[in-house]
Design a binder for this molecule. Structure first.
Ligand SMILES: Nc1ncnc2c1ncn2[C@@H]1O[C@H](COP(=O)(O)OP(=O)(O)O)[C@@H](O)[C@H]1O
Ligand SMILES: [Mg+2]
Length: 232
């Protein structure tokens, strides 16, 4: 397995109150697959994704990604892992407002070992003609395309998407999902995506349903459909 999460536990402490967030989570995904994590708000989805991506630490359990035991990495090695191997896409794009589209990509390629050419990734997401625009001169869908370009420019082995269409209308969402499916097919990038939209799971290989910090359902989708046919 490319991703193997075993017996993962995490709680947050505020003052002397401990709130369990992840309770014995097990999950696995093969290389080149798309996995979807479904579940209500507050169920622990982002915490799970952040631990897999090295943005957060767990209390116990193990996270194996491409044979790396992520939970055992030193802080420095964890930063390296996150920077070199993982692409993140969030609901609210997180672009740097005073940098152009091209510069937003180059911020990442400058710290990568073998980045792809900026123009190439901008062409992949159909944003090359807007290379010199600033984020506030773009629509939400266009900003998300740029954030996808920024995530793939370092040629990551894993793309982690936290509600990537959460702020977009239906048609724009579908364009973004088509783009993610294209990246998965063309580059073989493994994708793990959080959504609370059940319809999106039809384009994935595996579906994980989370409730109150536990995986309550884990199923394989044998009938994967092209993103352009998703309806909701
Ligand atoms: N940094 C934090 N400190 C304390 N509690 C947190 C923190 N981050 C998340 N939580 C709590 O953990 C639970 C799960 O959060 P999260 O993983 O963001 O859920 P989801 O992404 O499914 O909405 C929520 O109850 C949330 O309030
Ligand atoms: Mg979340």
């Amino acid at each position: 397995m490319f991703i193997q999460v075993s017996n993962l536990k995490k709680s947050y402490k505020t003052g002397n109150v401990t709130t369990p967030v992840l309770n014995n989570v097990n999950l696995s995904l093969d290389s080149g697959e798309i996995g979807v994590i479904l579940g209500p708000s507050g169920s622990g989805k982002s915490t799970l994704l952040n631990i897999i991506g090295g943005l957060d630490r767990c209390d116990s359990g193990s996270v194996l990604v491409d044979r790396t035991e992520v939970t055992r990495l030193s802080d420095k090695k964890l930063t390296d892992y996150r920077r070199k191997k993982i692409g993140f896409i969030f609901q609210f794009y997180n672009l740097v407002p005073h940098l152009t589209v091209g510069e937003n990509i180059e911020v990442v390629s400058n710290i990568s070992k073998s980045p792809l050419p900026t123009d190439e990734v901008l062409r992949d997401v159909d944003m090359l003609d807007k290379k010199y625009r600033f984020p506030n001169e773009l629509s939400g869908g266009e900003q998300q395309r740029v954030s996808i370009a920024r995530a793939i420019v370092k040629n990551p082995i894993l793309l982690l998407c936290d509600e990537p269409t959460g702020a977009l209308d239906f048609l724009t969402s579908r364009e973004i999902l088509k783009l993610l499916q294209k990246i998965n097919r063309n580059f073989g990038t493994t994708i793990l995506m959080i959504t609370h939209n059940e319809a999106i799971s039809s384009m994935s290989n595996r579906i994980f349903k989370v409730r109150s910090g536990e995986i309550i359902e884990n199923k394989i989708n044998k009938n994967i459909i092209p993103a352009e046919r998703i309806e909701w």
